[in-house]
Ligand binder design. Structure first.
Ligand SMILES: N[C@@H](CCC(=O)N[C@@H](CS)C(=O)NCC(=O)O)C(=O)O
Length: 267
């Protein structure tokens, strides 16, 4: 029995749903309402002390961390393998999935700077701080405070954009031998990045790759054409979210684009 604690728009949870969909594995989903702060519920934090989603429970055994969960699922359920059989191929795929944590951090930075900040700025200052003061990790808490203060002008956003620039550069190179990041086989490397790209697209930031990295742009369109994209990502997003993302994001795109141009010069 597989139970996945997840969130509708949460990109790390979506990463795991893509893997489950690609392998056609049934699971019981338990939604954690991150907006309402359900991740801080003491009962949930017994499963996931970091107060984040996803958490997977398989026959009573608990796993956290989306990359670890994806590798576990691929190992425990061998149908439709999402990693190559050979050691070199597996190591290459691990090279991509290992990187996902830092990329997720950059995605979180952009979402906080563009969407969460816009929502929080409508609230009184004492209520704003409440959104992040319960975050258990002090570094993450500090990052939130800095971004809520400065928005896309924060140096944390510039660091995130450099990470994207480096990722897209490396993907563009790898995809010369595509169609997938590790060649002919769709793997965990691809599965783990799709929800991140979709988040950037919802934040009106698709120009980051569309204007500069054509193979990456084609790769993402291929990903979106897979049935797992609909099942595991798009169908979970409540329709009003699209308008909210667009409203917060569109006015900030010119500044994000200019900062990304500066990041590209560092490559
Ligand atoms: N490294 C963790 C990150 C998990 C994470 O940060 N999840 C986000 C959603 S994508 C979350 O639950 N955020 C809740 C919060 O920030 O309060 C993983 O990959 O599982």
């Amino acid at each position: 029995m597989l139970t996945l604690y997840h969130g509708s728009t949460a990109v790390c949870a979506a990463k795991v749903r893509v893997t489950l969909a690609e392998k056609n594995i049934a699971y019981e989903g338990r939604m954690i309402d991150l907006h309402a702060g359900a991740q801080f519920d003491p009962e949930y934090m017994k499963l996931n002390p970091n107060a984040v989603v996803p958490t997977l429970v398989h026959d009573g055994r608990v796993l956290t961390e989306s990359t670890v969960i994806n590798e576990y699922i691929d190992e425990a359920f061998p149908q439709t393998p999402l990693r190559p059989a050979d050691a070199y191929g597996r190591a290459r795929v691990h090279g991509w999935t290992k990187r996902e944590d830092t990329i997720h951090d950059a995605i979180n930075t952009m979402t906080t700077a563009i969407l969460f900040r816009a929502e929080l700025m409508e609230k009184p200052p004492e209520e704003r701080a409440k959104r992040y003061e319960k975050i258990p990790d002090p570094a993450r808490r500090k990052k939130w405070a800095e971004i809520i203060d400065k928005g896309v002008a924060s140096g944390v956003v510039d660091e995130a954009l450099v990470r994207f620039a480096r990722l897209f550069r490396d993907m563009e190179k790898a995809l010369a031998d595509g169609p997938w990041l590790n060649g002919a086989q769709f793997t965990l490397a691809d599965a783990g990045l799709i929800s991140f790209f979709y988040r950037l697209e919802m934040l009106e930031c698709a120009g980051l790759w569309r204007h500069h990295f054509p193979r990456v742009a084609d790769w993402f369109e291929r990903c979106k054409a897979r049935p797992s994209f609909q099942t595991a990502i798009a169908s979970h997003i409540p329709p009003p979210a699209f308008a909210a993302y667009k409203k917060a994001s569109a006015p900030l795109w010119p500044e994000v684009a200019a900062r990304f141009d500066a990041a590209l010069k560092l490559l």
